[in-house]
Design a protein around this ligand. Sequence first.
Ligand SMILES: [Zn+2]
Ligand SMILES: [Zn+2]
Length: 390
Amino acid sequence: MKANCWIGKQDVRVETVADPKLLNERDAIVRVTSTAICGSDLHLYDGFVPTMESGDVLGHEFMGEIIEVGRGVQNLQKGDRVVVPFPIACGSCFTCQRGLFSVCENSNPNAWMAEKLWGHSPAGLFGYSHLLGGFAGGQAEYVRVPFADVGPLKIPEHLTDDQVLFLSDIFPTGYMGAEMCNIQPGDTIAVWGCGPVGQFAMKSAFLLGAERVIGIDRFPERLRMARERVGAETINYEEANPLPELKEMTGGRGPDACIDAVGMEAHTPGFVGAYDRAKQALMLETDRPNALREAIMACRNGGTVSVIGVYGGFIDKFPMGSMMNRSITIRTGQCHVHRYLKPLLERIQNGEIDPSFVITHHMPLSQAPEGYAMFKDKQDECIKVVLKPH
Ligand SMILES: [Zn+2]
Ligand SMILES: [Zn+2]
């Protein structure tokens, strides 16, 4: 089959690889009909996630048709149309039973690698390094789905791929980011990053009752999408410093909650940005956390900072004093996608949201390398790319 493979830093290629096979009785094989390139794929693309190997199949946002199931999968049949969550979860361990699917204790065969870096291992993820299981991803014609009796969600025929594909990651991720803010009526929520996850975080903040939502970015097309499609107010941080601006917009108090939808490769103007780039290049810090720093500094006293942007390792100049002295709560996590699938599918069916609004480009899988380059450089006002393998 054809699959989009990671070859090296800023080098992905569509290559012919072996077709996936059932390895365990709870596996299924999915024929991929739609798959997307995610902002977190850019961290792999840019070489910031360790333990990638040349030839690894990328992609963790995908959906398609079940073509084969193992003996242990009773709830799916050949021909079912499914969306697959990006974390792989067994459904029965200590954490899965508590709904914490992205930290499943049974799905990362390379847990020892993650334990070295992070103390304990989270769940295995599709197409996201050997540290997180070494599972082949879904930017491919076919993919093996482990624990297929737990993850995949059956999709009603009348919904299109574009409407439901993002249940695999970015819609639940944005939603969980807003949910972690514990939004109360009247709240103002600020969101760093108006990429696709940021758009869903902003939209979800409104769905959960926020009165005002403020998006922060530097790309005019993303800020426009935030205003026109989500109804947010916006700050272009290249034109105005978000900290005084947010104070001004909130009567001096600051937003009730702040969401970091940027993560480890924050773009930062000026000295601090140069400092982070230099330290990252020298391997003295792994992540460039400026969105997180600003989110903490901007948040009102006693407010919440919700972190859904991806971080890999260690950060520098973390404003712990601001957090501690001002009673800030931090909440974070890779999204526990499984628990959001049904409620968010319902919101799509009810017409409360049509997640396809973030899509700017459709391309055949064969053009994945062009898609990555375009998304990375934000060419052609690219916000979200959907790849079609067939
Ligand atoms: Zn993703
Ligand atoms: Zn589990």
